[in-house]
Design a protein around this ligand. Structure first.
Ligand SMILES: [Ca+2]
Ligand SMILES: [Ca+2]
Length: 200
C-alpha cells in the first residue's frame, strides 16, 4: 500500500517538474531575440510650443525614422520605428543572432547606415548623429542642396515657402545658421553610397 502511494507521489512530482520545465523552455525560446539600443544626437527635440497644430506639424515632419534590414539592398524591412524625440534614443527589440543594417533617416539629413552584428546579447551601439544638408535626397550634400536652401533663405514658419526640412536646427526660420550647418557637411559622404558608416 505504501509502495503504491509512493509511486503515485513520484509520478505527481515528475508531472509537476515536466510542466515547469516545459514552461521554462517556452520562456527561453521567446528570449532568443536581443535588443539593440541607439542614441541619435541629431534627432529634433519634441516641439511643445503650446500650439497643438504647429507641434503636430513640426514633430511629424522632423521625426527621425529607423529601419532594420538584413543587407543594404534587401527589400524586406525587418523592423521600423522612430527615435523618441525626448530621450533621443530607440531600443530595437527581438533581433535574432545575425548581421543587420540599421538605417537612421530624417528629412533634410543624410541617411546613416550602420552595420550591426547581434551575437548572443543585448547591445548598445552608442550615440549617432546625422549630417544636415541632403535636401534633394540623393545621398550626397552638394550644390543642388545648397541652391535649394538659398532659394528659401529668410523664410519663417507661416511663410508659404517655409518647410521644416530646410530648417535643420528647428528654430522656425531658415537663416545663416542652417546655411552654416549645410556648408560644414558640404561634399559628404566621403565614402561610396550606400555603404557602411563606421563613425558617429
Ligand atoms: Ca542631395
Ligand atoms: Ca533654422
Amino acid at each position: 500500500m505504501n509502495i503504491k502511494k509512493n509511486v503515485v507521489r513520484l509520478l505527481a512530482v515528475v508531472f509537476i517538474f515536466t510542466a515547469i520545465f516545459s514552461s521554462m523552455s517556452g520562456t527561453i525560446v521567446h528570449a532568443l531575440g536581443y535588443t539593440v539600443s541607439i542614441g541619435c544626437l541629431s534627432a529634433a527635440d519634441s516641439m511643445n510650443s503650446g500650439d497643438a497644430v504647429f507641434d503636430a506639424y513640426f514633430n511629424d515632419i522632423t521625426v527621425t525614422s529607423v529601419t532594420v534590414k538584413a543587407t543594404y539592398l534587401s527589400p524586406e524591412i525587418l523592423y521600423s520605428g522612430t527615435i523618441n524625440p525626448v530621450t533621443k534614443s530607440i531600443t530595437i527589440p527581438g533581433l535574432a543572432n545575425g548581421s543587420y543594417v540599421v538605417s537612421l533617416s530624417r528629412i533634410g539629413f543624410l541617411v546613416k547606415d550602420i552595420d550591426v552584428t547581434v551575437s548572443g546579447s543585448n547591445q548598445n551601439i552608442g550615440d549617432k548623429s546625422l549630417l544636415a544638408g541632403d535636401i534633394i535626397v540623393d545621398g550626397s550634400i552638394d550644390v543642388a542642396d545648397l541652391g535649394t536652401l538659398l532659394s528659401v533663405f529668410g523664410s519663417t514658419y507661416g511663410d508659404a515657402n517655409y518647410y521644416p526640412g530646410n530648417d535643420f536646427n528647428v528654430d522656425g526660420s531658415v537663416d545663416i545658421a542652417d546655411i552654416g550647418m549645410l556648408l560644414s557637411n558640404f561634399g559628404e559622404p566621403t565614402y561610396p553610397w550606400p555603404g557602411p558608416d563606421f563613425g558617429t
